[in-house]
Design a protein around this ligand. Structure first.
Ligand SMILES: [Mn+2]
Length: 331
């Protein structure tokens, strides 16, 4: 048996065991992006009424897709999460550490984690941890459903997973053969009209509040030559990912968006494909930043984040210093 098949079998056993004991909560990460929410809702729909998708926040795009798929998603109050009385297990999707959930998990309940983030992970307390080198968590969920619950893959679940893959690969810009193949299997086996589906996603993508966030953030853009890299940076209080993408479209090798909240600073960064090919690894950079100045950081070469409780300028200049230290290689 291959290593992946072995892990899927362990996942299957873990899920069966949890459902024998009580309800199963599938918990998303705090940002509620399409991959985490889509993965959670697909699992909950496939596994049945005993299983609930839940989390603190749902992004605009995830809420549009889950509405269309008629998925149930339970919004939790991060400071006072309510769990079912008889809880058999907690299945965390798409989070590199407990701090990314925005809520405290119940004590003494078995935890299993499905994730695809490289770099620092902090799940020592988990019974089972599947961390695959896929482009999205949705691909891990798909592999599991294909193997153990193939009959559950209806169009609603296909749309949830496809949306996760499409968004986490940046509309396939960061896709690899495996994520393209997974998307193809989702489209091929069902009745999802792919181009119509993408069009729907794009419409949600450019909603009014995102356009406002981008316009305001563009007003404050700073230009930095960070060593070999043309860096555009700005601050935003919402939709940092969309703002970062707008900076890449404006020609940045690397985009950095700083968000300051009441008790923490967050960095959201994106790199263009060319910059990644030439040696930029933002996930590794954010991970290194966290071990140097504290906080939590990680992600992928082209898309990563960090958050922590240090002065804004410390985080920002730490990022710039680390980026400057990365030499441009190849072409
Ligand atoms: Mn993801």
């Amino acid at each position: 048996m291959t290593e992946d098949a072995d892990e899927l079998e362990r996942l299957h056993n873990w899920i069966e065991r949890s459902c024998d004991t009580g309800a199963l909560a599938v918990v998303t990460h705090l940002n509620g992006d399409m991959d985490t929410v889509g993965s959670a809702c697909a699992l909950a729909q496939a596994l049945g009424p005993q299983v609930r998708a839940c989390g603190v926040h749902v992004s605009a795009i995830a809420s549009a897709v889950t509405l269309r798929s008629q998925s149930d998603f339970t919004r939790m109050d991060g400071s006072r999460p309510l769990w079912p009385r008889k809880l058999g297990g907690v299945l965390v999707v798409d989070a590199a550490s407990p701090s990314q959930l925005g809520l405290d998990l119940p004590a003494d309940i078995p935890v299993c984690v499905l994730d695809h983030h490289s770099g620092g992970s902090d799940w020592r307390t988990a019974e089972l941890h599947l961390n695959w080198a896929t482009s999205s968590t949705a691909e891990i969920v798909l592999a599991y459903l294909e193997r153990y619950r193939p009959d559950t893959l209806d169009d609603s679940i296909r749309r949830l997973l496809l949306a996760g893959i499409v968004t986490d690969t940046g509309r396939f810009r960061h896709a690899n053969a495996a994520s393209l193949a997974a998307a193809a299997r989702l489209v091929e086996g069902g009745g999802v009209d792919f181009s119509g589906f993408i069009e729907e996603l794009e419409r949600v993508d450019l909603d009014y509040s995102q356009k406002v966030a981008v316009s305001r953030a563009l007003n404050r853009v700073q230009v930095e030559q960070a060593g070999d890299w043309f860096l555009l940076l700005t601050s935003a209080s919402t939709h940092e990912g969309v703002v970062a993408r707008a900076l890449l479209a404006a020609g940045a090798d690397v985009a950095l968006v700083v968000r300051k909240t009441k008790d923490e600073v967050r960095l959201v960064s994106r790199a263009g494909r060319r910059a990644v090919r030439q040696g930029v690894d933002l996930g590794g950079l954010m991970d290194g930043l966290a071990s140097r100045i504290g906080g939590q950081g990680g992600g992928h070469p082209g898309a990563a984040g960090w958050s922590g409780d240090v002065p804004e300028i410390t985080a920002q200049s730490g990022f710039i210093a680390d980026l400057s230290a990365t030499r441009r290689e190849g072409w």
